[in-house]
Design a protein around this ligand. Structure first.
Ligand SMILES: Cc1ncc(COP(=O)(O)O)c(C=O)c1O
Length: 486
């Protein structure tokens, strides 16, 4: 039997609270001051600086056994971490699909850290904030009131959740205990769909081979006529078509699949219609671009992120499901230690954990709630319009430059282009130019492959980016191309 320690041998109190809260307060003020300076001067810095080997080495220490003052840890942060950011805050970050964060978002993150609630469930205000955010999300894209949803890390998880709900819709309740057995499920997405779609099928036990990639047209949009034919052929061959994924904003070019046509085909074929609107769904905030998404409101489920075009700090993905009962039936579990009661702190069912795989969850909803309240959908819509404007400006400049060529039409805010001459291997030349630009700190585009050619890909997601940044990118590309020729 373990003995309870006598009073004189009792361990020191375990509280981690500081002896002097005022010192914590002072450090907090200092951090906020210095970090706002850092954020508000991002344009004055190089876009990106590679972390030197000495800094990496300085990070590698054994686990601390005794603590150290938080002031000293903050000094480490300023020395070893801050200078080597991923560049998301910078107006000339143009790579991949990265949002820039915002003032309201950073304050929300501070509050989230202080509040430290677990948003798996129970009866507290944060759950209501999340419910409000889900209702706003449905309203933004035109899905009906009562649509269910949950915030997740990102669209990879949101697409995964949608695949699981669609799987449940196709195979019934027993799929949760028995798995898919020999069901010959097949799903459909455009050849330009994001890699998280096949991965979701893989993780759902269906297998990525079950994804039929439907060819895209010259504008990189799914060919709905081919979709219809492939579904019919699969049925004849004895497969069970269960899911069609339309993409609202493909990762490579920003193309928007013909969502209304796909919705009609899915309805005729009685197949789940899911939309991956990772960033494109945010265009619903703009009256100018909303029309491009026509059909999104007919989705059975929608995956998208607030951390991309809506500028909420990482991470803030979202899945919406038109049928809340089916959504709950896909995830809810009955567990003695998590019993949902009709009164007390264990009340207020259903809980977010009934709509997704996570139990312990951070208060993601606060930063979304604060961002939407601070800027409104109109403010986010202006971010969308500005990104699309800079993309058109960039495309026009590229078309005026004899050494450059566009590789894809500009649908929204993504521009794919390349240097068209100057080396035998143009793919290699353009790849090197992108790395040159990043290492010089001029701009940080990324690369992709369009119709077999390596493209310089500029994705205008940062709300701080203006047309002069597009010029800086083009000037930088031309300068690096010339340097490599001489
Ligand atoms: C179209 C599309 N779908 C899904 C994703 C995955 O989103 P996340 O990175 O938030 O998981 C992305 C990421 O860029 C995307 O562009």
């Amino acid at each position: 039997m373990p003995q309870i320690a006598a009073a004189n041998t009792a361990p020191k109190p375990g509280s981690l609270d500081p002896e002097d809260w005022d010192a914590t307060r002072a450090l907090g003020h200092r951090i906020l001051d210095e970090m706002i300076d850092w954020l508000s001067t991002s344009r004055e810095r190089p876009v990106w600086r590679q972390m030197p080997q000495e800094a990496r080495a300085a990070m590698r220490l054994p686990v601390p056994r005794e603590g150290m003052p938080v002031e000293a840890i903050y000094d480490d942060f300023c020395r070893l971490i801050l200078p080597y950011s991923s560049a998301n805050e910078h107006p000339r970050m143009m790579g991949w699909v990265n949002g820039g964060g915002s003032a309201a978002g950073l304050l929300a993150e501070l509050l989230t850290g202080i509040f430290n609630v677990n948003c798996g469930g129970r009866d507290h205000a944060a759950i209501e904030v999340e419910r409000q955010v889900i209702a706003w999300a449905a309203e933004m894209v035109g899905m009906p009131a009562g649509t269910s949803g949950v915030l997740l890390t990102g669209s990879s998880m949101a697409n995964m959740v949608a695949v699981l709900v669609a799987r449940r819709a196709a195979l019934g309740a027993q799929v949760r205990s028995a798995g898919i057995g020999g069901a010959r499920l097949v799903a459909y997405a455009s050849a330009a769909a994001h890699g998280c779609i096949p991965r979701a099928l893989d993780m759902a036990g269906i297998g990525s081979d079950a994804l039929r990639l439907i060819p895209a047209d010259a504008a990189h949009r799914m060919r709905a006529d081919v979709l219809r034919a492939v579904i019919e052929a699969d049925r004849v061959a004895g497969f069970l078509p269960f899911l069609v994924v339309g993409t609202a904003g493909t990762v490579d070019t920003g193309a928007i699949d013909p969502l209304a046509d796909i919705a009609a085909i899915a309805a005729d074929a009685k197949i789940w219609f899911h939309v991956d609107g990772a960033f494109g769904a945010t265009a619903s905030c703009s009256s100018r671009y909303r029309g491009l998404l026509a059909g999104i409101e007919r989705a059975d489920s929608l995956a998208f992120d607030f951390h991309k075009w809506a500028q909420v700090p990482y991470d803030a993905g979202c899945v919406l499901v038109r049928d809340p009962a089916l959504h709950i039936e896909t995830f809810a579990q009955s567990l003695a230690y998590l019993t949902q009661e009709v009164r007390g702190l264990a009340g207020n069912a259903p809980w977010p954990r009934d709509f997704g795989p996570d139990l312990s969850r951070e208060f993601r909803a606060l930063k979304v709630w604060m961002t939407l309240k601070a800027y409104g959908t109109e403010g986010i819509g202006r971010v969308v319009e500005s990104g699309c404007y800079v993309a058109r400006y960039l495309a026009a400049r590229i078309e005026r430059e004899p050494l450059l060529e566009l590789l894809a039409p500009v649908a929204l805010n993504i521009v794919c282009f390349r240097v068209r001459a100057g080396a035998d291997d143009l793919d290699d030349l353009n790849r090197e130019i992108v790395a040159d630009l990043q290492e010089a700190g001029i701009a940080a585009p990324s690369t992709t492959v369009i119709n077999g050619h390596l493209a310089i890909r500029a994705a205008l997601f940062n709300h701080r980016t203006v047309a002069a940044d597009a010029d800086a990118l083009v000037d930088g590309v031309l300068e690096m191309a010339n340097r490599r020729r001489t």
